[in-house]
Design a protein around this ligand. Structure first.
Ligand code: HEC
Ligand code: HEC
Length: 326
């Protein structure tokens, strides 16, 4: 074929020697500027291969004479960042969590650190804005299952909730009432819970439910359904629901119970990170003062509580809707 090469008269360029149905191809030389860049690239590649990690081998790439690696750069940058943060981390490790609010600068640093850690470890369950979803509590409001002061949040995070592999975890189990009560009784309880949460008016069913509630539920949820933090039992008198306040969801919750689980974090995070996370959660809007103070704040909420336990709740509901008490 090559012997068919000839000089193409109009262009003065040699052909490559192939011919298809009378069509021939010109052997136009590559532009010089292109060739120079091409050779420069080859030279660059050779130099690069000697200086930097380049050729993958069975256990890691070649080292390169400069000794640089992206790993090494990452590690030295991390070490530098850790050194910069060291004084704050040390101060955070030393300060008891209750004293954080009195120390605004440290508190601010803790909240920032917590915000970053929250994005990594917590958003899968509690949502990016910590607003939660069904079964995962909203951490922005001041409705707490286990408590919203700094130390309590820290304990919740450290030990988790219903963590099967950890003795110190927060634990409590609402009974499976489907095995204890019959469906009609559970329906009455649903009516009662919907009454104390202001979703329906008291009726005969809710009155039967009130009696069942006093017998079965007040141990954990409180005489008025105000919730019980020692067992993480939600308040049932507001419109904030962990699982849902509609009749079908309530029936399911009461029949089967739920038992939400949160992993403990002391197996994955260091105490300073947990402290920062607690500060962040506390700062979201529902942070509470330490328990002694919280108790005095909570007291006026249930003035009728001492003594008149079961009867108090329907009476409350009746004041809200005076004309319908059966
Ligand atoms: C695997 C899902 C999951 C992850 C991840 C998770 N949580 Fe939770 N968290 C839960 C569940 C479920 C509950 C409620 C458990 C219950 O029913 O008492 C909860 C409860 C809480 C509570 C208690 C709220 C209250 O009202 O007392 C806090 C505080 C909390 N989580 C913070 C965090 C933080 C901070 C992180 C990240 C370090 C995190 N959670 C990661 C599932 C999760
Ligand atoms: C041993 C304590 C305990 C007893 C007794 C108990 N509960 Fe609960 N209850 C809880 C806990 C803890 C939760 C939190 C949900 C979970 O298990 O994750 C809960 C959750 C609920 C919820 C879900 C609230 C929401 O926000 O979605 C309802 C409704 C409820 N209980 C109703 C009742 C009723 C009605 C009774 C009585 C028949 C009762 N509970 C008895 C501990 C208890």
């Amino acid at each position: 074929m090559a012997k068919n090469k000839r000089i193409d008269a109009p262009t003065g360029t040699s052909t490559v020697g192939h011919e298809w149905d009378g069509i021939e191809e010109l052997d136009t030389p590559l532009p010089r500027w292109w060739l120079l860049i091409f050779y420069a690239c080859i030279v660059f590649a050779v130099v690069y291969v000697f200086l930097f990690p380049a050729i993958p081998l069975a256990n890691g790439a070649t080292r390169g004479f400069l000794g640089w690696s992206s790993h090494g750069q990452f590690e030295s940058e991390m070490a530098a960042a850790a050194a910069r943060r060291a004084p704050i981390a040390k101060a955070l490790a030393d300060i008891p969590i209750e004293s954080l609010p009195a120390n605004p600068q440290l508190m601010a640093a803790a909240i920032e650190g917590g915000r970053a850690a929250f994005k990594v470890h917590c958003v899968q369950c509690h949502g990016s804005g910590a607003a939660g979803s069904k079964g995962y509590p909203n951490l922005n409001d001041d409705d707490w299952l286990w408590g919203g002061d700094l130390a309590t949040i820290q304990t919740t995070l450290t030990h988790g909730i219903r963590n099967p592999d950890h003795d110190e975890t927060r634990i409590s189990a609402m009974p499976v009432f489907g095995e204890i009560l019959n469906p009609a009784e559970i329906d009455s309880l649903v009516a009662y819970v919907r009454t104390i949460s202001g979703q329906q008016k008291p009726d005969a069913a809710s009155a039967r439910g009130a009696v069942l509630f006093a017998a079965n539920c007040v141990v954990c949820h409180g005489a008025q359904g105000q919730g019980g933090r020692t067992v993480g039992a939600p308040k049932l008198t507001d419109s904030i629901w962990l699982y849902g306040g509609d009749a079908a969801t309530l029936r399911r919750t009461i029949t089967y119970s739920r038992g939400g689980v949160m992993p403990r974090w002391n197996s994955r995070l260091d105490p300073v990170t947990i402290k920062m996370l607690a500060a962040y959660v506390y700062s979201l809007g529902g942070g509470e003062a330490a328990p002694q103070v919280a108790a005095t704040v909570a007291a006026p909420v249930s003035p009728a509580a001492p003594g008149g336990a079961p009867a108090a709740a329907p009476a409350d509901a009746a004041t809200a809707t005076p004309n319908v008490q059966p």
